[in-house]
Design a protein around this ligand. Structure first.
Ligand SMILES: *Cc1c(COP(=O)(O)O)cnc(C)c1O
Length: 373
């Protein structure tokens, strides 16, 4: 049995008419740049997340770059973040010559170890950039407490965190991305809310920050062809907004299905000694964007999955402090032992709403077979 790590085909086939209609409406109207579907989608995101403002941009990476620029993560200023994340969480700081300062991660959650943040704060520190990774949010109570006491700006990388909520079981919950000064989502196709191409969003509750973000995405123009500063050309495509609006209607259902898939994995793999399943910490509503495990002989297991035509992914095989691009920061191997250990053991298994029970069971059986040998 071949099991894809991810496929958009099944969802498309299920809702083909809705997707086709949404796309055709844009093509017929020709409102390709910041057309009404973008405005409607932004409104729908505000409603879903509770953010006061939602500003559609070209990608999650761009969302991070615009937000970092506006928050002053630049010109030698320091921003504390995790080395165990996708490149874009740190490259956005470096884009304008800011300096990422890494602290190690929590062994159980793979999120930034909040107990190690404060010791890195100095007079040059301007911000904290937490990443809500894989399936859960970083501890936002502790992060906001540190930020408030030291007057730091907080940019939440919620690229993977659509649907996650802090204090998720209470009525006064806060959606991921809506707690710090800015939050960003990515609509990269594999993400929990993924489009048919690149897309991203900036959210904020702050009037002035929203005004700046809106102007930064159109070259720094407050009014057409009147520029207050040099911004970017980074807009959420109208076609993507139309596709994403269809998907957003079914997002709760999709998140629930992911949860069921994760439960099945946990059930089937819990008896497998060689596999360690991550824990969820904190009072939050988690979402399984990715289902990761720590595996003994990870590379051997990966090889075995490949032979059996099972898709997998390794997020992330090399922490950022050990990347050539970041050599100049002066970090070395051994500086962040937890991140380094996890990067050698972690492996992501197929998870998406349309994956079948039989496929998940086949993946689990194949894993168990590998260790039985
Ligand atoms: C996907 C992702 C991004 C970048 O989003 P794009 O839309 O692909 O540019 C940034 N940060 C994290 C943690 C991500 O997973």
């Amino acid at each position: 049995m071949k099991v894809d790590f991810y496929t958009s085909q099944r969802e498309y086939n299920e809702k083909r008419v809705q997707f086709d209609n949404a796309i055709q409406a844009v093509v017929q109207k020709g409102n390709f740049i910041l057309g009404e579907p973008v405005v409607e989608f932004e409104k729908a995101i505000q409603e879903y997340t509770g953010a006061k403002y939602a500003i559609g941009v070209a990608s999650g990476t761009d969302a991070l770059i615009l937000a970092s620029d506006i928050l002053g993560f630049k010109n030698g200023k320091e921003v504390i973040t995790s080395p165990f994340t996708f490149l874009a969480s740190a490259s956005c700081i470096i884009r304008h010559q800011g300096k990422p300062v890494f602290v190690d991660i929590d062994e159980d959650t793979f999120s930034i170890d909040v107990n190690k943040i404060e010791e890195r704060v100095n007079e040059n520190t301007v911000g904290i950039l937490p990443i809500h990774l894989f399936n859960q949010m970083a501890d936002m109570d502790k992060i906001m407490d540190i930020a408030n006491r030291h007057d730091l700006r907080v940019l939440e990388d919620a690229a993977e965190a659509f649907g996650m909520r802090w204090k998720g079981n209470e009525s006064d919950y806060r959606h991921s991305g809506c707690i710090g000064d800015f939050g960003v989502y990515s609509f990269f196709p594999t993400k929990t809310l993924g489009g048919y191409g690149d897309g991203g969003m900036i959210v904020t509750n702050n009037d002035e920050l929203a005004r700046l973000a809106k102007s930064y995405r159109v070259h720094g123009a407050a009014k057409k062809y009147h520029y207050d500063f040099i911004g970017y050309n980074s807009r959420l495509d109208t076609l993507q907004a139309a596709v994403l609006s269809v998907k957003l209607k079914y997002i709760d259902e999709a998140i629930k299905k992911r949860e069921e898939v994760a439960k099945l994995y946990i059930e089937r793999l819990s008896e497998c000694e060689e596999i360690k399943i991550p824990k969820i910490k904190g009072d939050q509503k988690h979402v399984y964007y990715v289902f990761n495990v720590l595996a003994q002989n990870r590379d051997g297991l990966a090889e075995h999955l490949k032979k059996n035509e099972i898709g997998y992914s390794i997020y992330y095989p090399r922490p950022l402090h050990m990347q050539k691009a970041f050599e100049y920061l002066g970090y070395k191997e051994g500086d962040f032992p937890v991140a380094e250990k996890v990067s050698k053991e972690i492996i992501a298994l197929p998870i998406y709403p349309e994956i079948t029970k039989e496929e998940v069971e086949f993946v689990c059986e194949t894993i168990k077979n590998f260790y039985r040998k």
